[in-house]
Design a protein around this ligand. Sequence first.
Ligand code: TRP
Length: 327
Amino acid sequence: MSRRRVLSGIQPTGAGKHLGNYLGAVRHWAAMQDEFECFFFVADLHSLTITPDPADLRSQSRRVVAELLAMGIDPSRSALFAQSHIAEHPELAWVLSCLTGFGEASRMTQFKEKGSGNVGLFNYPILQAADILLYQPHAVPVGEDQRQHLELTRDLGQRFNNRYGDTFTVPDPYVQQSADRIKDLQEPTAKMSTSKGGPGVLWVIEDDKQTLKKIRSAVTDTGREVSYDVAGKPGISNLLTIMSVATDTPVAALVEQYDGKGYGDFKADVAEAVIAMFAPVRTRFDELIADPGYLDQVLREGATTARAVASATMTTVRDRIGLLAPT
Ligand code: TRP
């Protein structure tokens, strides 16, 4: 029996992954490889919507690949590729755009929130639908902010199937939310977030020294007891949550362990635990980023796997919609 397939994409121009993303998503992607046939790609065409500096786009794209590999994506089991290496993505996006209402695309909240922008930004969710439908995945693991784009993907897949006959798998959204419980270190009532950045966000890839500094300067609460009370002691509670996941120890056991000890000792231990948790990832990242030839090879091999699936889907699509086959 063939395994169920999952697919997800990451834009190379955002910041890297933070602790909350790591716990909420990326760590699960690594685990998913045991169960599913996985396709992960660098959404470099989507990044063009912000017209990045070319040199930055190139280096950021390699950085994403190194990050994913360091966090456990295994290229011998999963296809890891660059969106731009598979010409079928923009091709299918064009076909789907001809099935999308102007009003329908205008209702996408991410576009509306930006207020204005280029046509690429307007078409962004249609390209995303193409990214997905090309590979016939059963599930698409994404964050909550992508829910509406997945709904559009499902609508477009269904619309195509109704009109031209069954062609696409209509994927289930697989919204990952568990990361929300990790809060910003400086504002522990708000979730840790990429767009906020700053000293309250712990990046998976950063210097150990920065991690230490951020945890040492984390906002704590009045009082001196290490106890778990989200409403009354959000800062300490957040650090307890972080320590709990980093050491795989229940919060209650930690509270007992720190009975009678002060915030200073506790924070030093939290920093040590987070640094230890990320140590293998950071070491591996440093090795990988120093070896662009290897990263390119991973992308080349990933593209070979991806292209086989994408071109088969696209051949069917062209035929169904009535394009002449090239002779
Ligand atoms: N829009 C997604 C994000 O910003 C990235 C993305 C592009 C994506 N294409 C995709 C995610 C296809 C899942 C599937 O997070």
